[in-house]
Design a protein around this ligand. Structure first.
Ligand code: HEM
Length: 222
């Protein structure tokens, strides 16, 4: 590979060295499966940096900046969802069966430190958000029931949007699992679709979603 500035800057040789050589692939689908997994790790490092910065902003009460960053991170989750959809659409189940034999027992993305970090960083957002409400002496229900646009309402919407994009990824992953190994085959770490469905119920901001119910407590149609 010619050693151009571009090749050196992105560490192209190192990155590509982590891909299986073509003659070692168990099938062409393995290029795409391994590629998507590798790309996802890179995207999670980007999401995690954005979440870290968003956290710094909300702690400093810079709500607008935190909002933009959360929206950016949400858009990156959509890219991950598209990758799941790509595999669901393209990866033939019998090809994945061949790939699965060479992944190795216990080789599950559930153990990805970057994925685990993204979950932690997402959930950590709740505490400074609560603090921002307290410092303004506003209840979440007041934000939801207000007709006025504010930095707080924009941030609240961005948090819903972020959580939604993460859950959307989870749902697309469930369908990917269904399409590749079915809903009763046990995963490499012992999970099935049933386990994944239970995990999917774990919203990042359950209180936020629940507060929408409170808006309707005394609701009566005209
Ligand atoms: C293509 C076929 C795939 C199958 C059959 C599959 C299957 C599974 C299963 C059964 C689990 C539960 C834990 C276990 O026993 O392994 C799991 C977890 C997980 N998978 Fe996949 N997966 C696939 C692809 C992917 C891809 C492309 C990604 C995206 C990077 C991904 C990300 C994850 C994550 C993040 C978890 C942990 C979920 C949690 O703990 O909430 N998987 N997968």
């Amino acid at each position: 590979m010619p050693q151009t500035a571009y090749v050196r800057y992105i560490n192209a040789e190192k990155i590509l060295a982590y891909q299986k050589p073509e003659d070692q692939l168990v099938c062409d689908g393995e290029r795409h499966f391994q590629g998507v997994q590798q790309e996802s790790e890179l995207v999670w490092t980007r999401i995690n940096l954005i979440l870290k910065r968003a956290h710094e902003k909300i702690v400093r009460q810079e709500l607008c900046a935190a909002t933009h960053l959360l929206e950016y991170a949400a858009a990156l989750w959509s890219e991950l969802t598209e990758k799941n959809e790509e595999l669901m659409w393209r990866l033939w189940p019998n090809d994945f069966l061949k790939v699965r034999k060479v992944i190795g027992q216990g080789g599950s993305t559930a153990d990805s430190p970057r994925f685990i970090e993204s979950k932690r960083r997402g959930k950590e957002f709740w505490s400074p958000y609560r603090k921002a409400l307290n410092e303004r002496s506003i209840k979440l229900l007041d934000v939801l029931s207000s007709d006025k646009d504010s930095d707080l309402s924009a941030l609240t919407k961005a948090m819903m949007w972020y959580d939604y994009r993460v859950q959307e990824f989870n749902i697309s992953h469930i369908y990917l699992v269904l399409g590749e190994i079915g809903d009763r085959t046990v995963g490499l770490k012992g999970g099935t679709v049933d386990y994944l469905l239970k995990r999917y119920e774990h919203y990042l901001f359950p209180e936020l979603w629940d507060s929408v119910n409170s808006l309707y407590t005394n609701f009566k149609p005209d």
